[in-house]
Design a protein around this ligand. Structure first.
Ligand code: SF4
Ligand code: SF4
Length: 295
């Protein structure tokens, strides 16, 4: 049995979280994340993040009728090499979901039908946000472009970014806590924009869901995860199982936070759209039969 991956991953995630959320000094952040390019993670510069997520950058540029070349290049290159590995190792919101799982110690598995239905929601959110952004970019070529933009209101600057739970700033969270303790939560909420309320509602769903089901937000609702999952099936990094060692005890499936049906997938190698390359399956296997496979 080799060394466990999980403690190493938690350290990488913590460093990434501290760097991207600006908790580290500027110099240290620069040493860890030297190039401020959009990454395929949930990160909203309107919130506490120091760099934009790739989807947020794509939306912002399309809303100004500009081609999001750098963000799309990052999505293609990282997706082709590592699929959703940034979800498992780099994304600050993914790290928060993992911390919620550590706190609640939840291992709940969803019924397969519910899991399959809910898994499609993130693709709908991705499709809707890209459709609105792309149609807005195209509309500038027509006389009704400006009226379309004003009809979209706050969604015009980025349909998902404007309601993203990653856009909620720490002072807003402190306000919630103090308003709730003073019994003025309703009064305080009345003064918020609908976009901020939607972001807070999504954050509440992500936190509550994450306490009940591992990586609830990442499995079912995150459009960035959906975007990178499209590459998950063809990425260079995959997972393989050695049949000579595997006795199909299903410890790997029980440990998988994304509920990937490992034992139903080809043993030689699989690329699954929900696999975040966290390697918890590898840690859990008592026979050392499963691990990363490159090709
Ligand atoms: S699915 Fe979304 S929130 Fe989860 S780790 Fe990936 S980018 Fe981050
Ligand atoms: S299959 Fe393994 S590496 Fe992929 S998400 Fe599940 S536990 Fe993580």
């Amino acid at each position: 049995m080799g060394a466990k991956i999980k403690p190493i991953r938690l350290v990488v995630q913590a460093l990434s979280f501290a760097s991207i959320s600006g908790l580290l000094s500027a110099a240290l952040s620069k040493a860890i994340a030297p190039i401020p390019v959009p990454l395929p993670i949930l990160a909203n510069p309107g919130g506490p993040s120091t760099l934009p997520g790739a989807l947020e950058a794509i939306e912002a540029l399309l809303s100004r009728a500009k081609a999001p070349l750098a963000a799309m290049a990052m999505v293609f290159i990282i997706g082709a090499l590592a699929g959703r590995a940034f979800c498992g190792w780099v994304c600050p919101f993914g790290f928060i979901q993992d911390l919620l799982r550590l706190i609640s110690r939840t291992r709940r598995r969803m019924a397969p039908m519910d899991h399959s239905f809910l898994s499609k929601l993130k693709y709908l959110i991705l499709l809707a946000s890209l459709f609105i952004s792309a149609s807005l970019a195209l509309s500038y070529g027509f006389a009704w472009g400006e009226s379309y933009r004003s009809a979209l209101g706050p969604l015009a600057s980025g349909p998902f970014s404007s309601i993203s739970p990653a856009g909620i700033k720490p002072p807003e969270l402190r306000q919630i806590a103090s308003s709730a303790s003073e019994g003025r939560l309703g009064e305080w909420a009345m003064g918020l924009s609908r976009a901020t309320l939607a972001g807070l509602a999504l954050l509440a769903i992500a936190v509550y869901g994450g306490l009940k089901v591992p990586r609830f937000w990442c499995r079912y609702l995150c459009p960035t995860g959906a975007l990178m999952g499209l590459f998950g099936r063809v990425s260079f990094l995959g997972i393989g199982r050695r049949p000579a060692r595997c006795d199909r005890c299903a410890s790997c499936e029980a440990a998988c936070p994304m509920q990937v049906p490992i034992l139903s997938l080809p043993w030689q190698r699989f690329n699954h759209q929900d696999c975040i390359a966290c390697l918890e399956c590898s840690d859990a296997c008592p026979h050392g039969a499963i691990g990363p496979k490159f090709s």
